[in-house]
Design a protein around this ligand. Sequence first.
Ligand code: ADP
Length: 197
Amino acid sequence: MSSDAKNENVVWHSGRVSYEDRCAVLKQKGLVVWFTGLSGSGKSTIAVELEKMLNEAGKAVYRLDGDNIRCGINSDLGFTDDDRNENIRRISEIAALFQDAGMITLVSFISPFRKMRQFAREKAGEGNFLEVYVNTDLETCMGRDPKGLYKKNISHFTGKDSAYEEPLDPEIILDTVKSTAVECAKQVYDEICRRKL
Ligand code: ADP
């Protein structure tokens, strides 16, 4: 890891325990699994199922959920494009730290802009990042409306009056209309196993 700090007096302080040392203790490698998709597409539901599967398989896993993070470290941010970018910038940094700690890190954020998802990928490092596109159409999401947000006619709402830029080359695409949440989670789980973490 390197420092992007603006202050020239900030110097990266290396420790005596390496990433490989941490992985040896955990018997796994770190990974960021990044779920993106519209509100109500199923990101959180699938991440919860995947977290359970990985935990039961003896993996060190942690879930970073958009709404939960907005209750804490990102509670000062709203939904303008600038605030959305800052939301994703911070969570990208946090996810990269978790990855560096050796955790399988599940991130479920709408993350509507390609540029910021690319930022998250670069922070984690190529090979340490799985982009999972939860490809549920707007009509289905509006029909589900699990948090009642579509009904509220909120301004700057992704998919309605705020853009969602579809992933161009995600590692995994999930179809939540054809498959159940557990089946979708299993699809991601199998890909993680294939990578022999
Ligand atoms: P998001 O995190 O993307 O905003 P949520 O996971 O909070 O979405 O909500 C998705 C809703 O859709 C939940 O009410 C969930 O039960 C429902 N749902 C129906 N089928 C599926 C599926 N195959 N995968 C995920 N969620 C599903």
